[in-house]
Design a protein around this ligand. Structure first.
Ligand code: HEM
Length: 232
């Protein structure tokens, strides 16, 4: 039976990776394209109720989806490494997965180290208000930071999936160290935008969903064209 082999094991990991990835990115897009617009439009009582009872449930599936996507991805990389006696690291497939996985890992870290801790502050503050207490004055800034990290993850989701899929299916050549450093630097600059400052013109393109989606395709085009230009 094909499934009970080393390749079968890697295939099962890939399948788990797709399932967890869909759970994670599906909810990410729900937060950014559906829930945000609803919260902006609805009344305060409905918003508080949803923040207290709906958001924590969605965030549970969201962060564990991120965890399983990350773990299956890392185990696959380790598996390919061992299967090829280390040659995987020299392959074009790895150059591309390195770029996709760097965005994926930054997204995973944004979920667990920024979005989830900040959302816990927002949820606790909302629960205090619903219980007749005071709102936490730090909740607005926490919400804003979670928002920027979430918007950045949505931006990354577009090029991240491009590079993940391109790894074995686009026939690109390997990228040298110089090219890799340049592309990774661009990715880290975008991430820095999520982590520093709470306002300012650099964040404007990712504030609203249509510009956010456009920015995702523009970032994909920049990274792809640079890759094509610099790859051997
Ligand atoms: C969190 C960090 C991530 C890591 C370390 C990672 C790693 C990997 C690896 C190693 C592969 C195998 C590529 C191959 O077959 O050679 C892969 C494939 C894939 N990943 Fe990820 N991934 C991550 C995040 C994501 C996310 C968030 C999604 C969103 C759904 C995703 C979707 C995919 C898809 C669709 C493939 C299939 C590519 C193919 O078979 O052609 N990955 N990923």
């Amino acid at each position: 039976m094909s499934l009970f082999s080393a390749d079968g094991f890697l295939f099962l990991l890939r399948w788990g990776h797709f399932l967890a990835g869909i759970m994670w990115i599906g909810l990410l897009w729900y937060f950014n394209f559906v829930q945000g617009a609803f919260f902006a439009e609805t009344d305060a009582a409905t918003k508080n109720n949803a923040t207290s009872k709906l958001v924590p449930r969605a965030l549970w599936w969201f962060r564990w989806g991120a965890m399983f996507t990350f773990l299956t991805g890392i185990i696959m990389i380790t598996g390919f490494y061992h299967q090829t006696g280390g040659a995987y690291l020299e392959s074009p497939a790895f150059s591309l997965i390195l770029l996709g996985a760097t965005m994926g890992i930054l997204m995973f870290l944004n979920v667990w180290l920024v979005i989830w801790p900040k959302q816990q502050i927002v949820i606790a503050s909302t629960n205090a208000v619903l219980g007749g207490g005071q709102a936490n004055p730090a909740a607005a800034a926490a919400g804003r930071r979670a928002f920027l990290a979430s918007r950045t993850n949505t931006l990354f989701s577009i090029p991240m999936l491009f590079f993940m899929g391109a790894s074995r299916h686009l026939g690109l050549g390997p990228l040298g160290a110089g090219g890799m450093i340049l592309l990774l630097a661009i990715i880290f600059l975008v991430e820095a935008n999520a982590l520093v400052g709470t306002a300012g013109p650099t964040k404007q393109p990712i504030e609203k969903p249509p510009a956010l989606i456009t920015s995702g395709f523009v970032l994909t085009a920049i990274l792809y064209l640079l890759y094509e230009g610099l790859a051997g």
